[in-house]
Design a protein around this ligand. Structure first.
Ligand SMILES: *Cc1c(COP(=O)(O)O)cnc(C)c1O
Length: 224
């Protein structure tokens, strides 16, 4: 299948799930996760109408951005953010979904060039009860929201979740429901984004309120 065809299929999955939940499919933004994939397939996706792309590795993303500088894409960063990469991330992306501590938010804010609009960030939250290094624990969300709110170079747009993998639709729903209730507990005027759902669980995520789904494999095929 071509990338354009994959894109159509994913959009249909989004539409069906939104309809099931009585939601407007326009509330769900599709982010194409293109890590490890070539600039050529990204261009195919763009020609088929895709605008939002996400990357996980800074060096790889910068090379692709250079190659695609003639194309007006919106770039999202979704990988772990290391302190020594914050300057590049702050100035080469419009969104960072994976902020999980104040130090990183501060560095992104300070290093974002003032002539750019504030960087959109989400807090990555760890609720899947597995031993993951990444993600703020729910108890720490309120303090982090308060502190991040004082930074002028970033704007807190919402929460991001990467639950542990499970094939069970009902387990997926259960975890995404918890995610949505945290989101509703803390959301404010500027917080309009619930980033959750990947190739294998986007339906459950949308039924439980996702506003951004991050899709790699279903668009570009398996990664090496
Ligand atoms: C790779 C990645 C995705 C895409 O996952 P697929 O299962 O290939 O759709 C989504 N979110 C993050 C944070 C990723 O690193």
């Amino acid at each position: 299948m071509t990338i354009a065809r994959h894109l159509t299929v994913v959009k249909q999955r989004i539409d069906i799930s939104a309809a099931q939940a009585g939601r407007n499919p326009g509330e769900v933004k599709l982010i194409a996760v293109s890590k490890t994939k070539s600039v050529d397939v990204m261009l195919d996706a763009w020609r088929a109408g895709q605008f939002h792309f996400a990357e996980s590795y800074v060096q790889e993303a910068l090379v692709k951005q250079k190659a695609l500088s003639h194309v007006p894409l919106c770039w999202h960063f979704v990988g772990p953010v290391q302190s020594n990469k914050t300057a590049a991330i702050a100035n080469h992306f419009s969104w960072v979904h994976s902020v999980d501590r104040l130090k990183i938010a501060r560095r992104l804010s300070e290093q974002r060039r003032p002539q750019l609009a504030p960087l959109n960030i989400c807090l990555q939250v760890n609720i899947s009860h597995e031993t993951s290094k990444h993600g703020v624990i729910p108890d720490h969300i309120p303090a982090l929201i308060e502190q991040v709110g004082q930074l002028s170079g970033v704007v807190l747009r919402g929460l991001m979740f990467i639950p542990k993998r499970t094939e069970s639709h009902s387990e997926q729903r259960y975890i995404f429901k918890q995610a949505n209730s945290l989101f509703n507990q803390y959301r404010s005027a500027s917080m309009d984004t619930l980033s959750m759902g990947m190739s294998s669980d986007l339906e459950a995520a949308i039924v439980e309120g996702a506003t951004m789904v991050r899709i790699g494999t279903a668009l570009f095929g398996p990664r090496e």
